[in-house]
Design a protein around this ligand. Structure first.
Ligand SMILES: Cc1cc2nc3c(=O)[nH]c(=O)nc-3n(C[C@H](O)[C@H](O)[C@H](O)COP(=O)(O)OP(=O)(O)OC[C@H]3O[C@@H](n4cnc5c(N)ncnc54)[C@H](O)[C@@H]3O)c2cc1C
Length: 448
């Protein structure tokens, strides 16, 4: 009789193929291959006490630890199930841009009020500035590529919508101007340029956050999955296979990998959705000119099932897309083929260029399609649901979580974010909701 594998301590095992939750398998990303030396931290091996115990060693958890230690003089401890940044944080596209909701600002204003929409817009721009500030103040070498973000319109209707929705410093550009700027992709009708934002190396960024947090006094324990969470006196107790951390307060920073088996309080708060990336071999400058894409600005498009793309330092091209209902190896192959087809359609001059890397990970959606950063009770805090845009927002909400845990308030947060992420009704049906949403998005993309 073969032993059944133990359920993974991360995520909602059963929702996706076990491959999506395999903490023993670091994702084979270009970022891992090109990263600098990371922090050298050991797993938890004894009993420790912390001012704040943090579950999750991604951008949110590490930013919370850094800000708790540096700005509030507290001693946090971070427990990460796998290597630092194993979740979405070390495997994303490296777009440090404003955003984080699946609703537009206008839709946020309609649902939650104009004041909250304006507060969210300010917060998500401040988030980009916070990352830029941390790269400077903590000397994090994350290869920033400045230039804002270009949002390409896939249809005339989308282009007209950009013209109507343009705010602040945003600029609408026609295809000829885009080509002159070294951003020629086929089949687009123009673009909206958002000046805030830049590209970075996500693995180096998350390692840099960990090093900075440790330098300021945080303890970081990789390869230390929390397998039990109990209340003890007025405080909390996180148990791992190697030890225990007790703390009066805890932060749950688990993104799309919420350990739903740990507590009913974590169950069904996010809908994890796959995001997938391919990376090419380095393009020669002749190949870049042949396609008309020489810019290192970051870009995405207006499809509901959007693509995101950028030229990396050294000339490789990164191309990503969301979707896919299964994380099985066969489904991953099918998604790679689909992504490659889309890449060739938009960048036909690069049809013969080899793709050297392909990986995927999970992003988190909330039932109300907005991010959350809230108290679950007076001593438990969480932030999640960045809708695929958590490099800047996760950093910002880490700082806001630190303020919440240290002082009890975070006044910069819009009201809707200060409520915990709502539980999905009948959470075991989340894949069915996703299937319906994906079909709706695909139809909308064809019609618009
Ligand atoms: C392929 C891809 C591309 C993306 N591209 C971009 C992009 O270009 N720009 C952008 O802004 N955003 C992007 N995102 C989204 C962004 O990466 C995430 O929003 C962000 O990293 C979330 O950070 P986090 O710290 O909240 O969660 P994560 O980085 O997912 O970290 C959560 C951690 O919790 C840990 N954990 C779970 N359970 C336990 C447990 N029981 N014990 C201990 N630890 C546990 C997990 O191991 C995991 O490492 C992308 C995501 C993906 C997957």
């Amino acid at each position: 009789m073969t032993a059944r594998p133990a359920a993974s301590p991360v995520g909602a095992p059963g929702l996706y193929h076990p491959r999506a939750y395999d903490i023993a398998a670091p994702p084979a990303t270009w970022w891992a291959e090109s990263a600098g030396p990371g922090p050298e931290c050991a797993p938890l091996a004894d009993a420790q006490h912390a001012d704040v115990a943090i579950l999750g060693g991604g951008i949110t958890g590490l930013s919370a630890a850094l800000h708790l230690a540096r700005d509030h003089g507290l001693r946090p401890a971070v427990l990460e199930a796998a290597g630092i940044g194993w979740g979405a944080s070390g495997r994303n596209g490296g777009f440090c841009v404003p955003g984080g909701a699946k609703r537009s600002l206008a839709a946020i204003a309609r649902r939650f009020g104009a004041g909250d929409a304006a507060r969210f817009d300010r917060l998500s721009h401040a988030a980009v500035d916070r990352v830029a500030g941390l790269l400077q103040s903590e000397a994090i070498a994350a290869e920033p590529q400045p230039g804002g973000e270009m949002l390409f319109a896939h249809s005339t209707a989308a282009f007209a919508a950009f013209r109507r929705a343009r705010t602040g410093d945003q600029v609408v550009l026609d295809p000829a101007t885009l080509a002159a700027r070294g951003m020629k992709a086929d089949g687009f009708h123009g673009a909206l340029w958002e000046p805030a934002g830049f590209g970075l190396h996500p693995r180096n960024y998350v390692d840099g956050l960990a090093l900075a947090a440790a330098r300021h006094g945080a303890r970081i324990f990789p390869h230390s999955p929390v397998i039990a969470w109990t209340r003890e006196g007025g405080g909390h107790r996180f148990r791992t296979a190697g030890g225990v951390v007790t703390a009066p307060k805890v932060i749950i920073a688990a993104g799309a990998y919420q350990p739903e088996g740990l507590s009913p309080r974590l169950r069904g708060r996010v809908l994890p959705v796959q995001s997938n990336i391919i990376v090419t071999r380095p393009l020669t400058s002749g190949e870049q000119v042949a396609q008309g894409w020489t810019s290192t600005g970051v870009a995405s498009d207006s499809y509901e099932l959007l693509h995101y793309f950028r030229l990396l330092p050294g000339g490789r091209f990164l191309f990503g897309g969301r979707g896919g209902l299964s994380a099985s190896p066969q489904a991953a192959q099918r998604f790679r083929a689909r992504l490659t087809r889309d890449f060739h359609r938009l960048f036909p001059a690069w049809r013969q260029v080899e793709i050297t890397h392909c990986w995927s990970g999970l992003v988190d959606l909330a039932a109300d399609l907005v991010p959350h950063c809230a108290k679950l009770d007076d001593t438990t805090f969480h932030a999640c649901a960045y809708h695929g845009s958590g490099v800047a927002l996760g950093t910002e909400l880490g700082a806001q979580l630190a303020a919440l845990a240290a002082t009890g308030t975070a006044p910069d947060l819009p009201g809707f974010m200060q409520r915990p992420a709502p539980h999905f009704p009948l959470p075991w049906l989340r894949k069915a909701y996703l299937a319906a949403a994906l079909a709706g998005y695909a139809l909308k993309d064809r019609l618009r």
